[in-house]
Design a protein. Structure first.
Length: 366
């Protein structure tokens, strides 16, 4: 079921873009000041570009996607574009010529709301993820435009909405819903009667996460496999041809990565995989090296395979508790204690990795 909120929503993460007294875009990557865990929600943009089916199967060029700093208004789902731009409604299809003085176009067009932080994470996914099928901001626009077009064509809202996205995996019959925003349904503003009024981890800043490295490595456990079969498996791995080993190690972080450890690959390879986890771009490797040295002096070897598998655990759709309340995924479920912002980052990263062009199966009119 689609949602029709009366406030601007981020078409990437599904969280509301909140009002702010500042018209200046915050720089999250360096730690905004003044900073608070939820201030990221107040920094937003709108993007606009060509509307399907004008670009048919694509690609959409980056230069054809326009980005504008914008702040929410008290008008339903409205955002003011800065500087000196119009007030627009997000996820509402405008007719050609609606904003000729600002955005001259001969076709219908959207202004899609996005958090600045989610845009930054999208750029990091494009640059760092081997799983992602979006390779440019043009790809991102094309997918968001197609999702909004599909949702609007099926529901005829005539007002702002959060687009439905595929619940199915590629190759499976298409099923659209809001479940793969990985949020409890009552956390999405709109038609829900019991919208949540208390703070949750998915409201924490996913981009700037204070004390991230220390909090992650505090979860390290001792490497203690003693079974003879494990030693034999490691020996067999080391005896493989170098080309085969290189191929295995290159794919070590490929999804899906099971949670159960096999200890068939030497621990130092898993340490390198840990350092290369794509959504941990801000991991302080000098702090990791200090922890390794401290452990070595104490005669301890860390279990890098376990923590890597835990961190790479995929986000799952919300379960229902015994009393019927939705239970959103977080790293607690796999034994990790990490900042809430990392839970949110992992969620948004996976949403972006799961996108692919025309994932809502719009029919080509050719």
């Amino acid at each position: 079921m689609a949602a029709t909120p009366d406030c601007p929503m981020c078409t990437i993460c599904g969280i509301r873009i909140f009002e702010s007294s500042s018209h200046r875009e915050r720089t999250f990557g360096s730690g905004p000041f003044p900073w608070a865990p939820d201030v990221w929600k107040t920094s937003g943009i709108v993007i606009t570009g060509p509307h399907w089916p004008s670009y048919r199967k694509g690609p959409v060029l980056n230069d054809s996607v326009r980005r504008h700093i914008a702040t929410p208004t008290w008008d339903p789902a409205g955002m003011d574009i800065h500087p000196l731009g119009p007030r627009v409604s997000t996820q509402v299809l405008y007719s050609a010529g609606a904003h000729d003085g600002f955005n001259p176009t001969t076709e219908q067009h959207w202004y899609l709301g996005i958090h600045s932080a989610c845009e930054d994470i999208a750029k990091l996914v494009i640059r760092r993820s081997r799983e992602a099928r979006i390779r440019s901001m043009g790809d991102l626009w094309m997918i968001l435009d197609q999702r909004c077009t599909k949702t609007d064509s099926e529901h005829f809202f005539g007002t702002s909405f959060l687009p439905e996205i595929p619940e199915n995996l590629p190759g499976e019959p298409l099923e659209l819903s809001l479940s793969r925003y990985y949020l409890p349904f009552d956390a999405i503003p709109g038609d829900q009667a019991d919208a949540r009024d208390f703070y949750e981890w998915y409201e924490d800043d996913p981009l700037f996460i204070p004390d991230l490295t220390r909090r992650i490595i505090s979860n390290l456990q001792k490497y203690e496999p003693t079974a003879e079969t494990v030693a034999q498996s490691v020996k067999e791995f080391e005896e493989l041809p170098q080309e085969v080993k290189d191929n295995i190690l290159h794919r070590l972080l490929d999804q899906p990565l099971a949670l159960d450890c096999t200890y068939s690959i030497p621990a130092y390879h898993w340490k390198q995989a840990f350092l290369n986890i794509p959504f941990l771009w801000d991991l302080d490797k000098s702090k990791v090296d200090k922890e390794i040295l401290k452990a070595k002096l104490a005669g301890i070897e860390w279990d890098w395979e376990k923590i890597t598998r835990q961190l790479m655990t995929p986000v799952t759709i919300c379960d229902q508790s015994d009393d019927g309340d939705p239970i959103p995924w977080n790293y607690d479920q796999v034994g990790l204690t990490v900042p809430h912002g990392l839970n949110n980052r992992r969620r948004i990263w996976q949403i972006l990795e799961e996108m692919y062009p025309n994932d809502v199966e719009l029919e080509d009119e050719e």
